[in-house]
Design a protein around this ligand. Sequence first.
Ligand code: CUK
Ligand code: CUA
Length: 688
Amino acid sequence: MTASTLASRSRHVLALMIAAGSVLACITPDALAQEGRRRRGGDQEAKPVQLSPEQTDQLTKIATDRKLNVDDLLSAAKTYMPSGRHDDYVLFSSGGQSGQVFAIGVPSMRLLRSISVFTPESWQGYGFAGEADRVIDSLKINGKVVAWGDTHHPALSETKGDYDGQFLFIGDKANSRIGVIDLRDWETKQVVKNPLTVSDHGGAFVTPNTEYVIEGGQYATVLGYGYAPIEEYKKSYRGMVTLWKFDRAKGRIDVANSFALELPPYWQDLADAGKNASDGFFFLNSFNAEMATGGIEKGNPPFEAGASKRDMDYLHIVDWRKAEAAFKAGKAKMINGFAVLSMETTAAEGILHLAPEPKSPHGVDVTPNGQFMVVAGKLDPHVTVYSIDRIKAAIASKKYSGTDDYGLPILDFDAVKEAQVELGLGPLHTQFDDKGYAYTSLFLDSAVARWTLGGEYDSLNPEPAWKLVHKTPVQYNIGHLCAAEGDSASPDGKYLISMSKWSVDRFLTTGPLLPQNFQLLDIGSTGTTMPVIYDMPIGVGEPHYCQMIKADKLQSWKVYPEVGWNPHTQSLDPNAPKKGQEGVVRDGSNVIINMTAIRSHFSPEHVEVNEGDHVTWRIVAAETAQDATHGFCIGGYNINLSLEPGEYTEFTFTADKPGTYPFYCTEFCSALHLEMMGYLHIKPKGTK
Ligand code: CUK
Ligand code: CUA
């Protein structure tokens, strides 16, 4: 081939690429979606499957070659999603120490997305917007950027006790923070830090209409970052539970209208809000009613022995409407700038009652009708079930077995207990289905137990009430479990996730650090058994809890509503540059760059500033097609943005290191993506 034919051929290829790029740019999302449906035939009516003898032979051969039995084939059929077909449920899972949330499709168990909450992550452009990044600012604790979190409990926003698909909250155990995610664009909008405690555990949980996001504490400290020697534990250390007021219209926690309850220095554990019959209450476990202070190095019993000596700990029963009334009546005192109702107040106002609960419990879970609270004690093979009717009656008639060291009334155990059900070793957490069954994780047994509820649920299943009916082994050491909408007022049944902590031999070895194992159990279609039908390795952090929501409840945006949208304010931003307004505006050493990004160029392409300039860079992604996302990075300046269709972003930096910096698009957005770049020229001081 001669040089000239090569040149003409490459011109031809280039013309084709540009043509393809502009075709892509003008295809509407609807047209793309239609094309996708046509190709995959996803909207076709389901026809009865009829295997020809050849197909049966082929299937048999594949199964034999791959050593699959009939159960394996059934599991594959239950979980396989043909290309383009969408899952029925979305699982929002804590991302453990990754500080993120993972969204996973069920039943396919495909990872759909991660959502950064406490940990900056560059693909999402979360925390990489220069010097005045609001994300980095929101992660500061006492002036330090704490750029990770130990996420434990996600909580979907609720209306009348059912997931409404609007917001997701998640707690950071290590740093006592709550993140707020808007499920229209799946972005973290707010991180609040609890000013009372260093770490927490029982959060996030919401009240039935998301009036409050509840954050229970765990390891007692001197509230408000105070100090006291450990010898003064009983006198000075305190637990807490915080009620964060949620403003649904603003999509933010309203810190000024939030408050906490001072609690005894028992280590409060998980929490759950009452609903229906128990609406107006929430419940918290605790597991160090001994108030052990450890000190193995001084010959004292270690924490794990000292904190498990007694037979009973305390379930904390909080009447949050009474607490809210006391707070509104000005009965709170301020600790580190935060309103706290003291134990004297909570006792005097009848806000807080304790009830004995066996042996260091972990989970407390309220049944869908709100009638019962299921408490699982990790050192007791039973779950203990409390009834809200009994609790209310005991409170009304003051059926106390005494008061604790802090003057809090203790309800009589036998008066409030409904049932105890023996399930197996190490029961931790419980969820529910639509047929009157409860499901409890058994950490030590490595199993999921199915058992029958009583009361109003009697008519729903044929077995006698309060009885273990089935156990399925899981691999291995299950912590939380999660059934479809299984902690809401109307669970769906169908699927259950075992969040197995250890995977040991389930996957290829990934070095000494192994993934956790999310196992999908079929709890809907098989009658009495509930087989494991999928294993999904989670190789990013150790998740704790997850919630599974019906996918059609999510009203997620496909693109931002208008070009120039600010995701932080969820409105059109007045500073967003429009097409034709691109350029550089200088005011002394303050420089504003107005930029648009659309396939396949940034405008302007050359940006000149002087060394030492303070630069404010504004970019609009002027795209309206679904998935036409661009990125924007400047190497060496720690800047990377995700510019989703319509999104407006701003970042600032000081141009302190002169040089020639290519900036480029970090998403492969089009055939001419590599050309979507430009130069930032930072002229050294003294350059003419
Ligand atoms: S906790 Cu981890 S297994 Cu934080 Cu809900 Cu129970
Ligand atoms: Cu825009 Cu690549």
